[in-house]
Design a protein. Sequence first.
Length: 193
Amino acid sequence: MNHLDQKTDEEIITLVLSDKHYYAEIVLRYEEKLTRYVRRIAQLTLEELEDLLQDIFVKAYININGFNPTLSFSSWIYRITHNETMTLMRKKKVRKTTFALEDTEEFAATLAATDDVGGEQALMMEVKQMKKVLDDLNEKYKEILLLSFLEHKSYIEISDILKIPPGTVATRLRRAKDLLKKKCIQAHISLND
C-alpha cells in the first residue's frame, strides 16, 4: 500500500511544497474525476480534453503556493477546472452543458431517491427523454445539478467552485429541482397522451 493513500489532499499539498514529485499523487487522485467532470460540462474531442487537463494540472501546480490548506483542495482544483473549461468554451464560442447517456442513467437513479425532484417521473421516462429534459435546462441549473447530484459536492464546495454565495447555490438548486420536476411531469404526461 502506498504510504500516501492515508494522507489527505491538503497533507499531500504540504508535501508538494517541499518536493514537487509528490504532485504526481494529486494527478493520480484527480485525473479521472476531472476528466469525468469536464466531459459532463463540455463537448470536447479527446485531444482537446487531454490538452485541457494538462493545462489544468499545470495551472494548479504553478499556483499551488496560493492554495490555502485550511480550505478544501477538491473545491480549489474543481474551480480551476471549471474556469479553464469555460475559458476554452468561450474561445470555441460554444457553451452547452450536456449530459451523457450514462450520466443520465446515474442522474435518474439519484433522483429516484430524492422525493422533491419527481424521481418517480424521472425513472418512468426513457433515458433519451430524460437526457433531453436535462439538456433543455438553463446552463446555470445544469451546472448546479451536475455538481450536486453527479459530482456529489456540498453547497459550500459548489459555492467555492462557481464563486457564488452558498445561499445562491441553495436557491439555484431548489429552482433547478422545481424546474426539473415540472419538466419531468410534463414529459411524462405527454408520453401518456
